[in-house]
Write a protein that binds this ligand. Structure first.
Ligand SMILES: Cc1cc2nc3c(=O)[nH]c(=O)nc-3n(C[C@H](O)[C@H](O)[C@H](O)COP(=O)(O)O)c2cc1C
Length: 263
């Protein structure tokens, strides 16, 4: 087996890429990363992938923020349709609440996704996830002929990074506040502030929100007193979490519309 790169190097240098060069992804390399992706551990092989390099098709997919220079756009799907057909061939009937099966599907699918991301990075490509995929499930079903009981978890824009764009490696919480030996640790205020500091100073030093003009407005009627120099990751992510409540159709309704039974 050919080892293309040190896996730790690939993991530590990975960052989301949002601008891609003109270089095309070869069919061989695409297959290679998908094969590697689907080597992920699985509970029941509940993941399928749809992808396209067709710009017209990409244009039909509205409301998810596809980056315009994307070479290949992928969607990772929880696929109960295939599982049920296999069960049927074996003479079994699927007749149960879907909550746990959906959970297994998310587990199977997310493992495939990260494998694909790392495999692509190890071949010099870059990618960024698109998290709004479940909310545009109706559009995706239309564009990719996705049947009932198959549901998108996340999208992925893929390509070779544009060499003229330098992309920083983003910080993470300190390990000691995310991984706990023997017993979960509730963080006190000082420790939480340390987490925030690590993230906020990292993003502010990199000028991320100023460069990307990525400030999220507060809900109507709330005065915004934070300017770009102070707008930080912990503020951004908090605003993202509250915004979610105001704008989207409840996910459970969309999941049910796509044929899943949640009792
Ligand atoms: C589930 C998920 C959904 C995401 N959705 C988006 C998205 O819609 N648009 C985007 O630009 N980045 C998206 N991202 C990328 C994150 O913003 C990014 O991973 C995070 O800021 C950390 O940066 P890094 O990937 O460069 O380390 C998403 C990431 C995840 C894991």
């Amino acid at each position: 087996m050919v080892i293309e790169s040190d896996i730790f190097k690939v993991m530590h240098q990975r960052r989301s890429i949002r601008k891609f060069s003109e270089r095309e992804i070869s069919k061989e390399d695409l297959e290679k990363i998908l094969e590697a992706g689907l080597r992920a551990p699985f509970a029941a092989q509940l993941c399928s992938v749809v992808y396209t390099s067709d710009k017209n098709k990409m244009k039909e997919i509205k409301g998810i923020g596809i980056y315009p220079t994307t070479k290949i756009l992928m969607f990772f799907l929880i696929d109960l349709n295939r599982m049920e057909k296999i069960m049927k061939l074996r003479g079994h009937e699927y007749d149960t609440d879907d909550a746990m099966t959906l959970w297994l599907g998310i587990q199977d699918t997310t493992l495939v996704i990260e494998n694909v991301i790392l495999a692509a990075d190890s071949l010099g490509m870059g990618s960024v996830l698109l998290g709004v995929a479940p909310q545009i499930a109706d559009i995706l079903s239309e564009v990719f002929n996705i049947p009932q009981r198959v549901f998108p978890v996340v999208g992925l824009c893929l390509g070779y990074p544009d060499p003229s764009v330098e992309t920083d490696i983003r910080p993470r919480y300190p390990l000691k506040y995310s991984a706990f030996e023997d017993s979960y640790k509730e963080l006190n205020e000082e420790e939480l502030r340390e987490c925030m500091k690590e993230m906020d100073e990292g993003y502010i030093t990199q000028g991320y929100y100023i460069k990307n003009k990525a400030k999220i407005p507060l809900p109507e009627g709330q005065k915004d007193e934070i300017d770009y120099n102070k707008y930080s990751w912990s503020e951004h992510i908090s605003r993202k979490m509250i915004k979610r409540k105001h704008v989207r159709e409840p996910l459970i309704d969309i999941i049910r519309r796509h044929g899943f039974r949640i009792d």
